[in-house]
Design a protein around this ligand. Structure first.
Ligand code: URA
Length: 230
């Protein structure tokens, strides 16, 4: 199914003003200083101060993959391990993602993998850092980077892994379970394939249910592989 959707484009160069977070100590916002490749853009993003999440995170976790990838996978935000490693999808959810991509015959090295939000948001609990969902303002602030990644890579398909990614890519709240497997065409022509976030599989305890969900996600990744070629 290809659904056409009216999306709200990000106000392209609109800055998220520091006054939204009234903290006088906020340093200068990282600006696009003419980055024309992903490595250059990633370098600029290291100094990102577009929202306050940088304060507690170890580093910006930028997207990774070929500049001219045909498909871009978008997750929610880096987790604990990604925050430490500085790379997207290298922790438990990343391992599930890698294994299923492999089963579907999609080479992770040939695709671009990124997140809607590029700093780890968490609540400290003892020695642990517990994932905390980014809010709409944080997603909106970070969409500036995602738009730049899309501008540079010009993929022919984006895969929204879960609700935060879908919201960032499509500019509205997307009911994931209802839309799962659908391809939504944005006004700029980019096709967005909607599916679950791989961490959803990790959270299922009942083995049969977990296996069934893994199969469904595998089916989605096989569909992505077919769409990549189209
Ligand atoms: N979850 C995400 O959404 N992204 C990552 O990079 C890791 C876990």
């Amino acid at each position: 199914m290809i659904a056409k959707m009216q999306t709200t484009p990000a106000p392209h160069h609109a800055k998220v003003q520091a006054r939204r977070w009234p903290n006088r100590e906020l340093p200068e916002t990282a600006e696009d200083d003419g980055a024309s490749t992903i490595p250059e853009l990633s370098e600029v993003a290291k100094a990102c101060r577009r929202c306050p999440l940088w304060r507690n995170a170890t580093q910006t976790v930028f997207g990774e993959g070929p500049d001219k990838a045909k498909v871009i996978f978008v997750g929610e935000q880096p987790g604990d391990q990604e925050d430490l490693a500085g790379k997207p999808f290298v922790g438990p959810a990343g391992k599930v993602f890698d294994a299923i991509l492999d089963d579907a015959g999609v080479d992770r090295l040939k695709v671009y993998v990124t997140n809607a939000v590029k700093h780890f948001k968490f609540e400290p609990r003892g020695k642990r850092r517990i994932h905390s969902k980014p809010n709409a303002g944080e997603v909106q602030a970070c969409r500036w980077w995602l738009d730049k990644e899309l501008d540079l890579i010009k993929p022919n398909l984006a895969v929204a892994l879960g609700a935060t990614a879908a919201q960032s890519l499509l500019g509205k709240v997307v009911p994931i379970m209802k839309m799962r497997g659908a391809v939504v065409e944005r006004e700029d022509g980019l096709r967005v394939f909607v599916t679950i976030h791989p961490s959803f599989i990790l959270r299922i305890r009942e083995p049969a249910d977990k296996q069934a969900e893994r199969e469904r996600f595998l089916k989605d990744m096989k569909a992505v592989k077919t769409l990549m070629a189209a």
